[in-house]
Each structure stands twice: as C-alpha cells, then as structure tokens.
Design a protein around this ligand. Structure first.
Ligand code: ADE
Length: 225
C-alpha cells in the first residue's frame, strides 16, 4: 500500500501484469508475484483515506500482511534525503484532547503509540544486511498536515520523540492492529519538514518513493521464499 500514485507505480512496474478492481471509490490492483498473491493500492493522502484503504484491503480482499511504502519528512538529523526508516511504532501527532487532561495523540480506548510487527521489522533488517543498505528503526508521527515549519516539527519531535513524520502510517497501523494483521511501515525521506520542505518534496518525492518501493519488493521476494 502507498498513499500517492508515485508510491505504488514502481511496484506495478516491477510486477508487470495485474488485474484492476474498483472498490469503495478506489482502484485496487491484484497480481501474483513469485508465488505471492498481492493487492496493491494507493489510498490518497491522509489518515481518513488510508484508513479506508487499509480496511478495504483487509475486509474485502482478505489481505493477511500489510506492507506500506512511501516517503516521509525527516526529523532525526541522521536521516538524509533518500534514507530509509522502518517504523517501530507510530503516533497521531494531530490528535489532541489535551483540554481534558489526556496526552497528545491519545483518546480513551486507544493508545498513544501503536507498534508494528516485530518479525517484519526483523525481516527488513535481514534484507538490508543482505543488500548492504542502511536502514534505521524509529518512531513515525502521522498527521493530516504537510509539515513545513520548524516550530511544528520541533513540537512533534519533543512530544513524541519522533524520527520522521508523514500522513498515513499511524492510521494504517491502527487498522491493522485492531484487525490482527501484521503491519510494516517503510518510508524514504523526501524532505526535512522545515521551511523548504515543499520544494524538497517536489524534487525528491519520486526518487525517494522508488527507493522505498524497491526495498518493499525485496521484502516481498523474501516472504515468497
Ligand atoms: N511526507 C513527506 N514529507 C512530509 C512532510 N513534510 N509532512 C507530512 N508528510 C510528509
């Protein structure tokens, strides 16, 4: 799964042949790749659309493992443009009922952080080692905002100790957690979420999306074996 067309295009290109189905106002691509049945879609940007797509993939298509590929804004200064981060856990940085004494990112019945699947993260580090690629694991913060100012970025860094930020990971992870589907969220950095983020995003989104997608396909190959 991705959020934008550019995030799944490299995957469809590698797969080559697939069928297409329209469900719940979105297009889903089905294929068999090296013996693995795949369902591929981009959700459109943000938590609502990504929730809908993740839910549809699981409930309608019967997806048993969720792999998300895309780009993110870097917070951790170790993360440069094109570097990859695997989410160990994720939070919603814009979920705010602090007025009632709750911490940022928390609502009753939920949790401030949602974890991803440990085995899939381990698999990612095996793949990274085999290919001699750098990969860091960390916390990813999700919100319905393209962050492009230092103040907001610093708030997210301080409040959640987040390493990167984006607009879909946490909602996808919440859906998967609730429906007992192992989830893996990979992002390659397209910008650093500060004042020149929109320029950087426009320049590097496609190349970073390709880096992430290529890695996801290596994981699919590994899962096939
Ligand atoms: N995805 C990539 N860069 C981002 C940013 N700066 N804010 C939100 N989502 C992003």
């Amino acid at each position: 799964m991705g959020a934008m067309p550019e995030e799944i295009a490299p995957i469809l290109e590698v797969i080559g042949s697939y069928t297409q189905k329209e469900v719940a106002d979105n297009t889903y691509y089905e294929a068999n790749y090296k013996g693995v049945d795949l369902v591929i879609a981009y959700s459109k940007i943000g938590k609502v659309f990504s929730t809908l797509t993740a839910s549809t993939m699981i409930h309608y298509f019967g997806v048993e493992t969720m792999l998300f590929s895309g780009v993110a804004g870097g917070i951790n200064p170790q993360l440069k443009i094109g570097d990859m981060i695997v989410a160990k856990d994720l939070c919603q940085h814009d979920l705010d009922i602090t007025a009632f004494g709750h911490p940022h990112g928390f609502v009753p019945g939920g949790s401030q952080f949602v974890k991803t699947d440990e085995a899939l993260c381990e698999l990612a580090f095996d793949v990274a080692k085999e290919l001699d690629l750098a990969l860091i694991e960390g916390t990813i913060a999700t919100g319905d905002q393209f962050v492009h100012d230092t103040e907001r970025k610093e708030f997210i860094e301080k409040t959640f100790n987040a390493d990167a930020l984006e607009m879909e990971g946490s909602s996808v992870a919440v859906v998967c957690h609730a429906l007992n589907v192992p989830v893996f969220i990979l992002r390659a950095i397209s910008d650093t979420a500060d004042t020149d983020a929109s320029f950087s995003f426009e320049e590097f989104m496609e190349s970073s999306a390709k880096i992430s997608a290529a890695f996801i396909m290596k994981m699919v190959e590994k899962l096939a074996r």
